[in-house]
Structure formats: structure tokens, C-alpha cells
Design a protein around this ligand. Structure first.
Ligand code: 13P
Length: 252
């Protein structure tokens, strides 16, 4: 049985004061809703302390949107895992398509961060997904397979309990275009099969695979009803409690 995992990626939105206000509201709403769902929010780095403070004692997980691939040193502008852990942050999103496309992060580079996060005892949400051009060229499986195989290289079977995969087709991010539940489920099934080939059936069956790309209150239920869709990684609709709560409570 896979517990649904609903996450909000705030991207470059919300100042520390806005984040604190939002977090207090979300906390109350989630406590009142009593949904049997794992909930996570990923604020920008500087907003993390305010959100951690507002969510102290709550079950809502606070994650980072990115992390350095080094433990410390002369890496201007970067944030090390120990800095996150010192704030109480033990989860990190890695390989988001915006990092891949705007900041040229390669699968190998993302893999180095995945390995460091795992070594530091952190949980990882590894994002994968194809561009429209790749999908139209019939390369969906080739792209997903490479992103997973390289992204998870040298991650052991024992460490796989720390990995969540988020399937985010690039053409569905922030565009209002969602993959149909059928298309998303078939990509998720392919991801699960790939993980089964790399590891084993148990690991593949226990793997949480989130869908991301224009998830909203009005499409979450149909997506979550699919066998291989275990959660959502939500961008735009996670930026207000009014929009995010109905996604968290999709099952109610
Ligand atoms: P949107 O929900 O705004 O499409 O963003 C999805 C996403 O990229 C989450 O990481």
C-alpha cells in the first residue's frame, strides 16, 4: 500500500513573511482536514527557516528545491546538505526540469546530488520527464529510461526507500495542459518497470511516483485514481491554501 504523497513546489515564489503566513494557514487546514496523505512544501531557500518555524510539530514536510553536490567549500551561491539539515530539512527535490533546462543540469550532475543527499541521510524527490519535442519524436521511454538509470546510478537497493520519483512532462508544466490520466499512468508504469529492472519487484511496487504538470483541484482525482499515480508535485496551484487544500483532500 503506497501512501499518497502531495507536494507543493513553490519555485521562486514567496518571501519569508509570505511563506510563514501561508504555512500557518496550511497547517491549520491540513490538521482540520485529517487527510491520510503525506504533505510536503518546498519553499525557496531563504524562506525555509520561516516555514520550518511555522510548521514546527506539524506533519507537513519542508523540503528544498535544490542542493549543491558538495558538502562545503568554495561554491559561491550554493547550499550544502548540512545547512539544510541544520534547519531540520531532510528532503530535497533534485533534477527539476527547470534546473535541467535553464541551468543546464545534466543527468550525471543530478546523480552526484542524489548520491550526496542519500549519503547525508536525506530523502530525494527525483524529477524526470520529456519535452514535447522528445515526446513527438517517440522518445518518451528513451528519455525516462536514461534519466532514471543515470539519475539513480550507484543508489543501492537499501537506499531506494529514500527515493520518490516525480514524473513531470515538461510540456505540462505551468501550461495548463495536463497529461491525460491514461498517458500519465502509462509513463508511470514505464518508470515502475524501469525501477523493477534496475532493482526488484518489491522496490518498484513500494516506489512512490508523483505526477506533476498543471495539477489542479479539478484533475487531481482522476489522476490519483490511476494505479501507478501515487501523488502529485504541484507548482502554481500550491501557491495558495485555497487551491492546494482541495488537492491534498482529493480523496474526501
Ligand atoms: P505547475 O503545477 O505549475 O504546472 O508546475 C509543476 C511543477 O513543475 C512542479 O514541480
Amino acid at each position: 500500500m503506497r501512501t499518497p504523497y502531495i507536494a507543493g513546489n513553490w519555485k521562486m515564489n514567496m518571501t519569508p513573511s509570505e511563506g510563514a503566513k501561508y504555512a500557518a494557514e496550511l497547517r491549520k487546514a491540513v490538521e482540520d482536514a485529517k487527510a491520510d496523505v503525506k504533505v510536503m512544501v518546498a519553499p525557496p531557500f531563504v524562506t525555509i527557516p520561516a516555514v520550518v518555524e511555522a510548521l514546527k510539530g506539524s506533519s507537513i514536510i519542508v523540503a528544498a528545491q535544490n542542493m549543491a553536490n558538495h558538502t562545503s567549500g568554495a561554491y559561491t551561491g550554493e547550499v550544502a546538505p548540512a545547512m539544510l539539515k541544520d534547519l531540520g530539512v531532510n528532503t530535497v527535490i533534485l533534477g527539476h526540469s527547470e534546473r535541467r533546462s535553464y541551468y543546464a543540469e545534466s543527468d550525471e550532475f543530478i546523480n552526484s546530488k542524489v548520491l550526496l543527499a542519500i549519503q547525508e541521510g536525506m530523502d530525494v524527490v527525483l524529477c524526470v520527464g520529456e519535452t514535447l519535442e522528445e515526446r513527438e519524436a517517440g522518445k518518451l521511454e528513451e528519455v525516462l529510461s536514461r534519466q532514471i538509470k543515470v539519475g539513480l546510478k550507484d543508489v543501492s537497493a537499501d537506499q531506494m526507500s529514500h527515493i520518490t520519483i516525480a514524473y513531470e512532462p515538461v510540456w505540462a508544466i505551468g501550461t495548463g495542459k495536463t497529461a491525460t490520466p491514461e498517458d500519465a499512468d502509462s509513463a508511470h508504469a514505464f518508470i515502475r518497470d524501469t525501477v523493477k529492472d534496475l532493482y526488484n519487484n518489491d522496490i518498484a511496487e513500494n516506489l512512490i511516483i508523483q505526477y506533476g504538470g498543471s495539477v489542479k483541484a479539478n484533475n487531481v482525482k482522476a489522476l490519483m485514481a490511476k494505479e501507478n499515480i501515487d501523488g502529485a508535485l504541484v507548482g502554481g496551484a500550491s501557491l495558495s491554501v485555497d487551491l492546494f487544500l482541495p488537492i491534498i483532500t482529493f480523496d474526501k
